[in-house]
Design a binder for this molecule. Structure first.
Ligand code: F6R
Length: 245
């Protein structure tokens, strides 16, 4: 693991955007695994600005998102599909036919999970996987559990995740209770993983994930076994890490 300490959120966003931009410049057909949530927004803004200046071209890139809420259509403003369009896809030249998210409206979870795993396989796997991290150390919606989930699966969100995500909804009752999430296999098979974290509320998750035992109770800890993980975190998110880190 390479741990990069950023001064603050802006610095974290810029450093991470640099790596994503370099990936796409070096390999225009890159398959990007992308994330939603508050943390990547600064990265997407930075990439949009570099795209507008002509520095990076997404026309041949593929995007495969980590997750989607069950029961929300892509047009629902709370869906992750809508989030990605509003915050990124609508502002760059990515081909809409190369943009993939789980279908939250598919009620047959077996079919949907198999379809999404096929999407990942048909695109040859992920070149660069961007990950945020939950306060409980979830990645995607791989929540703390007694084992690591391998393929795409339907998840029942934990109370802690529902509480954390309530800020995006009018009230807690509106937060969907289930989601589809990419599993650990696709994440672990990604050629490179870039995990970003900002703020004191992520400090415990970062410490437990990268400086504690590998356990499904701390989902991001599995990344200790990945051969190419870059963690870019700001000072607040690194505050609980051992001094020698
Ligand atoms: C989102 C996702 C989640 C978030 C995590 C952190 O696609 O997969 O794992 O990355 O919940 O969210 P923020 O960035 O809002 O703190």
């Amino acid at each position: 693991m390479r741990l990069i300490c950023a001064k603050n959120y802006q610095d974290m966003s810029r450093k991470a955007a640099n790596l994503i931009s370099a990936q796409v410049i070096l390999c225009p057909e890159s398959v990007l695994g992308l994330a939603t949530g508050s943390t990547p927004i600064g990265i997407y803004r930075q990439l949009i600005s570099w795209y507008e200046k002509g520095d990076v071209d997404f026309s041949k890139a593929v995007s495969i998102n980590l997750d989607e809420y069950c029961g929300l259509s892509p047009r629902d403003t709370q869906s992750y599909s809508c989030f990605m369009h509003q915050n990124f896809f609508d502002h760059i030249n990515i081909d809409p036919r190369r943009v993939y998210l789980p279908d939250g409206m598919q009620t047959n979870s077996t079919l949907e999970c198999a379809r999404y795993d096929r999407v990942i396989a048909d695109n040859g796997g992920i070149d660069l996987q961007l990950l945020g991290i939950g306060r409980n150390a979830h990645i995607g919606f791989n929540e703390p559990d007694s084992c690591f989930a391998c393929g795409t699966h339907q998840v029942t969100l934990t109370e802690s995740t529902i509480a954390a995500n309530t800020r995006f909804f009018e009230n807690e009752a509106q937060v969907p209770r289930q989601a589809y999430s990419m599993g650990m296999q696709a994440i672990m098979q990604a050629k490179r993983v870039l995990l970003i974290a900002s703020g004191a509320d992520k400090a415990e998750a970062i410490r437990n994930s990268f400086f504690g035992p590998v356990t499904p109770q701390v989902p991001a800890s599995i990344l200790q076994l990945h051969r190419d993980v870059i963690v870019i975190a700001d000072e607040a998110a690194l505050a609980d890490c051992p001094a020698e880190a």
